[in-house]
Design a protein around this ligand. Structure first.
Ligand SMILES: Nc1ncnc2c1ncn2[C@@H]1O[C@H](COP(=O)(O)OP(=O)(O)OP(=O)(O)O)[C@@H](O)[C@H]1O
Ligand SMILES: [Mg+2]
Length: 255
């Protein structure tokens, strides 16, 4: 479903260059539920943006649903994104001046779905997330959890094969966060691939696989060649230490 190979992403910040991703390789099968963890600044959101076709890597290859997307144009990318991906962010990215229903209709507008069908699909998705009685509310007239559910309904309305959630419960209380997690689990059980970024270890444990990012790299994701080289270095260092130790022992030995 998702195949990332040696993905690099750098940001040129004048005198310094920030390496957000330094060669990430990651394969995610269709129907997987995977959690991505890692300290702040380790590249999680950068990776999610690339997976979700919001951004492109500087180098490396990326296949989404069998299609090479690493060097598509902006328009082609948004087309792929619209077809395959549902994005849920930490801060419920909903349009402030649009009602819940209009917010959920939006991806279908981009797809060119007719107004009638759009309305009924959006309404169905909103009731699925338990908001049948809030369709005409503006985001300011909703609680945080309800707003996030609008964002999730919007992510889901186009039937994406992948849901990307970047800290989706970060701004929610535990109970509401729990509802959102239950919704993801339900979707995953129906076959939707779920990629979840979280700082919460308990939430990550519920995924079927966990990946840690550290300084723009998948932790433990070094190649066998690198591991071999490191082992040889260690072996060499150990030999040297032993030699020094013997030399000292000789010096200290009573004569
Ligand atoms: N648009 C940008 N311009 C310059 N540097 C950026 C940009 N976006 C991210 N970075 C840098 O790239 C690195 C990775 O950032 P990223 O947002 O992917 O981290 P993260 O793991 O999502 O962190 P957090 O847990 O705090 O959300 C950071 O050092 C960040 O400062
Ligand atoms: Mg982030």
């Amino acid at each position: 479903m998702i195949a990332l190979n040696e993905i690099y992403k750098q940001y040129d910040m004048g005198p310094t260059i920030v390496t957000a991703l330094g060669g990430v390789s990651l394969h995610i099968e269709a129907g997987e539920y995977i959690a991505i963890m890692g300290p702040s600044g380790s590249g999680k959101s950068t990776l999610m943006n690339i997976i979700g076709c919001l951004d492109t890597p500087d180098s490396g290859s990326y296949f989404l649903a069998g299609e090479e997307v690493s060097d598509l144009t902006r328009d082609e990318l948004s087309e792929v994104r619209n077809r395959h991906v549902g994005f849920v962010f930490q801060t419920f990215n909903v349009l402030a001046r649009a009602t819940a229903l209009e917010n959920v209709e939006l991806p279908l507008v981009y797809r060119g779905t007719g107004a009638r069908r759009r309305r009924s699909m959006a309404a169905e998705m909103l009731s699925r997330v338990g908001l049948d009685d809030r369709m005409d509310h503006l985001p300011t007239e909703l609680s945080g959890g309800q707003r996030q559910r609008v964002a999730i309904a919007r992510a889901l309305v186009g039937n994406p094969s992948v849901i990307l959630a970047d800290e989706p419960t970060g701004a929610l209380d535990t109970t509401t966060g729990e509802e959102i997690m239950a919704l993801f689990e339900e979707l995953n059980a129906e076959g939707v691939t779920v990629v979840l970024v979280t700082h919460d270890f308990d939430l990550a444990m519920r995924a079927r696989r966990m990946v840690r990012l550290l300084d723009g790299l998948v932790d433990g994701g070094r190649s066998d060649a690198e591991r071999c080289a490191q082992a040889q270095d260690l072996g060499h260092a150990a030999k040297q230490l032993r030699a020094e130790h013997t030399a000292y022992a000789d010096l200290e030995a009573p004569r």
